[in-house]
Design a protein around this ligand. Structure first.
Ligand SMILES: CC(C)(COP(=O)(O)OP(=O)(O)OC[C@H]1O[C@@H](n2cnc3c(N)ncnc32)[C@H](O)[C@@H]1OP(=O)(O)O)[C@@H](O)C(=O)NCCC(=O)NCCS
Length: 186
């Protein structure tokens, strides 16, 4: 996983050089044909000029992609990563026609695990000694989402949204919303 300079509290000139090289590499790969990498920059509506994070997919295998994301340290916990990952995942399935999207996550990365769980990813298993970081080999947990699962989640979300809208616009219909959607555990 590439750690962008935006996640660090202090930047040295070396960090800046790394960040510039990363962006230049990203732009170059975006021009390649066929394109194998897609980046989604995250910025706040009130400050669109400042990129606070990204979501990325790299295409690999047959109709498959890997998902990565990061948000600047001071901007976490506001749902930006979930929003970006959901948007990019939808793009992968709906626009790129992928069948499978996977994410490899460090076992201690509770935020990232919570994020993919919200998007409906399933845990597949452990990738042993998957990354070499800070002088040691480390495992990753592998999560994935398949196109039919994404489709099914979309239908459920749409039904819930319609029922919610009906519940708040019709007095007395909140009970039926609870009955249909509120008590489900999945
Ligand atoms: C992982 C990361 C992108 C999450 O960014 P974020 O903007 O905080 O994510 P969101 O706010 O969209 O969602 C985080 C979820 O984690 C949950 N969370 C926050 N702190 C948590 C904790 N300590 N334990 C468990 N869950 C936690 C949040 O509650 C939220 O879920 P919710 O919306 O259901 O409440 C960010 O922490 C990051 O950039 N980390 C460094 C890079 C990285 O690890 N990338 C992922 C590589 S796979």
């Amino acid at each position: 996983m590439i750690k962008p300079a935006t996640t660090r509290k202090r930047r040295s000139p070396g960090d800046r050089g790394q960040a510039v090289a990363m962006i230049e590499g990203t732009l170059e790969r975006a021009r390649q044909e066929p394109r194998v990498e897609f980046y989604f920059a995250v910025a706040k509506a009130c400050d669109e000029a400042r990129v606070i994070g990204f979501a990325r997919i790299g295409l690999a295998g047959v109709k498959a992609g890997t998902l990565d994301y990061a948000i600047a340290a001071g901007e976490r916990g506001h749902g930006y990563a979930t929003d970006a990952a959901r948007t990019l995942t939808s793009y992968e399935f709906a626009e790129l026609g992928l069948h499978r999207v996977s994410a490899a996550i460090g076992p201690d990365n509770a935020r990232s695990i919570a994020l993919v769980a919200k998007l409906g990813f399933s845990r597949e298993g452990v990738l042993r000694d998957h990354v070499f970081m800070n002088g040691a080999w480390r495992d990753s947990l592998l999560y994935s989402l398949l196109a039919p699962e994404w489709q099914e989640n979309n239908v459920r979300l749409q039904r819930a949204t319609e029922a919610f809208n009906a519940a708040i616009s019709r007095p007395g219909s909140a009970e039926s919303f609870d009955r249909d959607f509120g008590k489900k555990s999945h």
